[in-house]
Design a protein around this ligand. Structure first.
Ligand SMILES: Cc1cc2nc3c(=O)[nH]c(=O)nc-3n(C[C@H](O)[C@H](O)[C@H](O)COP(=O)(O)OP(=O)(O)OC[C@H]3O[C@@H](n4cnc5c(N)ncnc54)[C@H](O)[C@@H]3O)c2cc1C
Length: 416
């Protein structure tokens, strides 16, 4: 079933135009070919099917570029659309409707997040060396922050160090869940920097670009997750890894802020992705309810199933409107935006899980097969409750911000 997209009253013509043109490519080129495009990456696929899928991906990417819809997160000087934050958020919702569509529009995590950070913090030299090849697709990258021995939900607890020795940084540390680690040519490593090994204190947080080919970068394993024996989320050891001082990205002490930059706006985009995927799961659920006969009638006639429709409708609408509301606050620079971001970061993945769970139930056994995107969505939705700050951390932030506000003598402006 194609995504239904019509112009939204009150949105600019530009944003509506981007939404409609994106939806056209998703509906005409990607949804009808989903099985070929992505299943051809799996095992048991012939060389011909693989080649056909590759050619089709190339054809769609060329069409996306010709339409000026390539890389919504990048400025035009790096081949991107140069669109504003709200346009990007609305575009994400439509891209997420079709599995993997974002990658055909030049948005592939963690490369896209690293590109954004390099645009913002990189020197001209760094942009030439790392950003351009990433944009051209001749290099891959990862973001290496989380450590097995320290709480990822408290990024200030990281202990990987980079100690200055002459004109080099020497890195030592242990990371895991560095996504895209098997393919990456370089990592942006979050670490604690010291000017010398005698410097007192834990060191200030910074990001350093580390080529994966450097001696001492040890990819210990692609960690098995969700029952798969291997993934590209890697455990990495940095054992006396030497890089030039020029590989420091931004200023020493910027590290935490840069990570928040990456995550703050990123959370809006991730929630819009979740909304797009909920929309797809909802449409799939309805499609099955209208056609599947059980016990002498269509599923749509059963009251339990009607309850699924009503509850999923409310989950989807609430998640979507909360996310758009949060995005508007971010866009206006409203100080309440931080609270709204935490609220959607908790609410949307949970609502997404509920909607996908119901869609799987409606589809029965077919719901857990690889023939439908639901099983993959189900695992993705659960993972989102951990990544980018687990639920509890965001609940704490919401409560802290709200209580602080009331303690100043003001009530919360819910209508603002
Ligand atoms: C699929 C996947 C991909 C990832 N990709 C990357 C990546 O590319 N790069 C990277 O650096 N990291 C990545 N991560 C790591 C992710 O960011 C961390 O897992 C996340 O930040 C949580 O950190 P942690 O796992 O150390 O959990 P911990 O910090 O140990 O927290 C465990 C649990 O404790 C609870 N908790 C935490 N704080 C509090 C509190 N204050 N009060 C009450 N309860 C609390 C929460 O329930 C939390 O889930 C990825 C993770 C996954 C699953």
């Amino acid at each position: 079933m194609p995504i239904t997209v019509t112009p939204i009253a009150g949105l600019s013509d530009d944003i509506n135009d981007i939404r409609l043109r994106t939806a056209r490519i998703v509906n005409e080129k990607i949804l009808p070919n989903e099985a070929l495009l992505w299943h051809a990456r799996g095992s048991g696929v012939t060389e011909e099917e693989r080649a056909e899928a590759k050619a089709l991906r190339g054809e769609i990417q060329a069409k996306v570029k010709a339409e000026g819809l390539w890389a919504p997160h990048l400025p035009p000087e790096y081949g991107g659309m140069g669109i504003d934050f709200m346009a990007h958020a609305y575009m994400n919702e439509i891209l997420a409707y079709a599995v993997g569509a974002a990658s055909l529009f030049g948005v592939v995590a963690p490369n896209s997040g690293n590109q954004t950070i390099l645009v913002k913090y990189g020197t001209e030299e760094q942009k030439k060396k790392w950003l351009l090849p990433l944009v051209e697709g001749t290099m891959q990258s990862g973001f290496s922050m989380t450590e097995p021995e320290n709480a990822g939900s408290d990024p200030r607890s990281i202990q990987t160090t980079a100690i200055r020795e002459g004109d080099e940084w020497v890195l030592n540390g242990h990371k895991w869940f560095t996504s895209n680690g098997l393919a990456a040519d370089f990592f942006i490593v979050m670490c604690r920097v010291k000017e010398s090994k005698d410097e007192e204190g834990p060191g200030r947080m910074a990001q350093i670009i580390v080529p994966t080919s450097n001696p001492g970068v040890i990819i210990e394993r692609g960690i098995g997750i969700w029952g798969s024996p291997k993934s590209d989320h890697c455990e990495v050891r940095y054992d006396n890894v030497r890089v030039p001082l020029d590989n420091l990205l931004g200023q020493v002490g910027d590290g935490h802020r840069a990570a928040q930059d990456r995550l703050g706006a990123g959370r809006i985009f991730h929630c819009m992705n979740s909304v797009g995927q909920m929309w797809r799961a909802f449409d799939l659920m309805i499609e099955r309810l209208l056609t599947r006969e059980v016990h002498g009638g269509l599923l749509k006639e059963k009251q339990f199933m009607q309850g699924f429709v009503a509850d999923s409708y409310m989950d989807l609408q609430a998640a979507r409107l909360m996310t758009i509301h949060a995005a508007e606050k971010v866009d206006k620079g409203d100080p309440q935006a931080r609270t709204e971001i935490s609220a959607i970061k908790v609410f949307v993945p949970a609502a997404y899980s509920r909607v996908v769970d119901r869609a799987i139930q409606v589809w029965g056994a077919a719901g857990v097969t690889n023939d439908l995107p639901l099983a993959q969505m189900y695992l993705g939705a659960r993972t989102l409750r951990l990544a980018d700050g687990p639920d509890e951390v965001h609940r704490i932030l919401i409560a802290k911000n709200v209580l602080h506000h009331y303690e100043k003598g003001e009530s919360w402006d819910f209508a603002g």
